[in-house]
Design a protein. Structure first.
Length: 235
């Protein structure tokens, strides 16, 4: 039971030193978008690319639509837009995926890819194109949305088959202030997401014009990136 667990934790930690010092309060993140490009030189055949901007907060009511949008874009590995086009069809990347961060303060939305340095600019260009494309009206189909809804909900069964995972996430949900029946609410809210919701959040939250781009690779292989800051790593 919860009471037994609390007593056990209290017994194990009773000798820990206590402090009256208040925990420091983090400075709130100011959500300001700006575009930029940075190149970190590294002598290697491969390059790592990250492009992104601000995500949003944990309790944003658009959270469930954003999760599905991200799965469609790049969260589902080989079957996502990024995975199918950049990795499978064009063969330009060893791996590519996206994540839309929803944290206590503003998270980060990003696309990450690993590729041959000589292909870095092609991967960047294709990633931008796919990001712009998914924002266009009619880009995401109902069949596509239904597939990713089912995929996400099915993943919960395997995720929570080990009881440890269920107990761990229940503790995490409680820590962050989610309601006790969050998993059921999660399922209901995923099922409620409509195609109009996906279109709206894609237009509202994805901002290709404000991408911060980071490339780690050999400048001679990558080639010139107009306007990029070059930041050598000396350590």
């Amino acid at each position: 039971s919860k009471q037994a667990l609390v007593k056990r934790v209290e017994a194990l930690t009773k000798d820990w030193p206590k402090s009256s010092e208040p925990l420091p309060v983090p400075v709130p993140v100011e959500k300001r978008f700006s575009a930029g490009q940075t190149l970190i030189p590294k002598s290697a055949d491969q390059a790592t690319l990250i492009l992104g901007h601000f995500g949003d907060k944990r309790f944003n009511p658009d959270k469930f639509a954003l999760m599905l949008l991200n799965d469609i874009l790049g969260g589902e590995a080989l079957v996502s837009r990024l995975g199918k086009r950049v990795r499978s069809t064009l063969g330009l990347a060893y791996g590519i995926y996206s994540r839309f961060g929803l944290e206590t303060d503003y998270g980060v939305f990003f696309i990450m890819a690993q590729t041959q340095a000589k292909n870095a600019k092609r991967v960047l260009a294709e990633s931008r194109r796919i990001l712009e494309e998914i924002r266009r009206p009619g880009s995401v189909t109902q069949a596509e949305l239904d597939f990713y809804k089912q995929s996400l909900l099915n993943s919960l069964y395997s995720e929570y088959e080990p009881r440890y995972n269920f107990a761990k996430d229940e503790a995490r949900f409680a820590y962050y202030g989610y309601p006790p029946n969050y998993l059921e609410l999660f399922r209901q809210n995923i099922e409620k997401v409509t195609l109009a919701d996906i279109q709206r959040v894609a237009e509202q939250y994805l901002k290709p014009e404000f991408l911060q781009v980071l490339v780690v690779g050999d400048p001679k292989e990558v080639g010139p990136i107009p306007g990029a800051r070059v930041v050598p790593i000396t350590q």
